[in-house]
Design a protein around this ligand. Structure first.
Ligand code: B12
Length: 216
C-alpha cells in the first residue's frame, strides 16, 4: 500500500498533477504512513530527478517549475503532519534559518525547518533571497543557538562564506553555531568557510543540530 502511494505521488510530480498530489498526501496522513518517508520517496527524490534532466537538457524550466509546485502542494500537507507528530516537546534550542541572497530555492530549507520543529527546536525562518546583513542583524537581535544557511547553487553558496565573514568582523561568530546546507555543499566547503557543520539531507541536518546543541 505504502509503496503504491509513493509511486502514485512520483507520477503526480512527473505529470504535474497538483490536486492529485494533495489527495495522496491526505491519504498518507489518513493511513498513518510515515510522512517523512513519503516526502523523501514520493516527492523529493523524483524532483531531484527532474533537476538532473533539466541539467542535461532533457527537461525544460517550465517542467521544473511545474514539478516544484507539485512538491510544494504535497509537502504543505505532509509538513503539517510531521509537525503534529512532534508536538508538545520541550524546546531544545533556537534555530534561525534562511536561504541566502540571490537564491529562491525554498523546498529543502522548508523540509529541514519542519523536521527541526518536529524535533523540538524553536525555528525562525527568514525565507529565501535573504541579504547577508539581515542574517547578521537577526543573529544580534534574536540570539539563536544555531544559524542554518541554505544555498542550492554554486553561484550563491559563496554567500554562506560572506555571512560567516561578516559575523566574524562584528565579533558575533562565537555567539552562534553555524550549519550550512544545500546540494552543492561539501565537507571541504564547510572547513574552508569555517562553519560548524553541514546537513546533506533533512535527517542529518537534525542530527547535526542536536549534536551542536550538546556542544553549547
Ligand atoms: C526545484 C528546483 C527549482 C525550483 C525552486 C522552487 C522552490 N520553491 O524551491 C525553481 C523552478 C523555482 C528553480 C529555479 C531555478 N533553478 Co533550480 N532547482 C530545483 C531542483 C530541481 C530541486 C531542488 C529541490 O527542491 N530539491 C529537493 C530538496 C528536498 O532537496 P534539497 O533542496 O537539496 O534540500 C535538502 C538538502 O540539500 C539539505 N538542505 C537544504 N537546505 C539546507 C539548509 C540547512 C541549514 C541544512 C542543514 C540542510 C539543508 O536538506 C534538504 C532536505 O533533504 C534543483 C536540482 C537539484 N538536484 O537540487 C535545481 C537547481 C538547484 N536549480 C538550478 C538552477 C540553475 C535554477 C535557475 C537559475 C534556473 C533558471 N535558469 O532560471 C533558477 C534559480 C532561481 C534563483 N535565483 O534561485 C541548478 C543550480 C546549478 C548551480 N549553479 O549550482 C540546479 C542544481 C538544477 C540543475 N541541475 O541545473 N529551481
Amino acid at each position: 500500500m505504502k509503496e503504491e502511494i509513493f509511486s502514485q505521488l512520483r507520477d503526480a510530480l512527473f505529470f504535474f498533477e497538483i490536486e492529485k498530489a494533495r489527495e495522496l498526501a491526505e491519504k498518507v496522513v489518513e493511513l498513518g504512513i510515515d510522512p517523512v518517508e513519503a516526502l523523501e520517496e514520493g516527492l523529493a527524490k523524483p524532483l531531484r530527478e527532474v533537476g538532473n534532466r533539466f541539467e542535461t537538457g532533457e527537461a525544460f524550466i517550465t517542467e521544473l517549475i511545474a514539478s516544484a509546485e507539485v512538491m510544494e502542494a504535497g509537502s504543505e500537507i505532509l509538513n503539517k503532519e510531521i509537525v503534529r507528530r512532534g508536538a508538545n516537546r520541550e524546546s531544545v534550542g533556537k534555530f534561525l534559518i534562511g536561504t541566502v541572497k540571490g537564491d529562491i530555492h525554498s523546498i529543502g530549507k522548508n523540509i529541514v525547518a519542519t523536521l527541526l520543529i518536529a524535533s523540538g527546536f524553536e525555528v525562525i525562518d527568514l525565507g529565501t533571497d535573504v541579504p547577508t546583513w539581515t542574517f547578521v542583524e537577526k543573529v544580534k537581535e534574536l540570539e539563536p543557538d544555531i544559524l542554518g544557511l541554505s544555498a542550492l547553487m554554486t553561484t550563491t553558496m559563496v554567500k554562506q562564506k560572506e555571512i560567516i565573514g561578516a559575523l566574524m568582523d562584528l565579533g558575533l561568530r562565537s555567539s552562534v553555531k553555524i550549519i550550512v546546507g544545500g546540494a552543492p555543499v561539501t565537507k571541504e566547503w564547510v572547513e574552508a568557510i569555517g562553519a560548524d557543520a553541514a546537513g546533506f539531507d533533512a535527517g542529518s541536518a537534525v542530527q547535526k543540530a542536536l549534536s551542536l546543541m550538546g556542544d553549547t
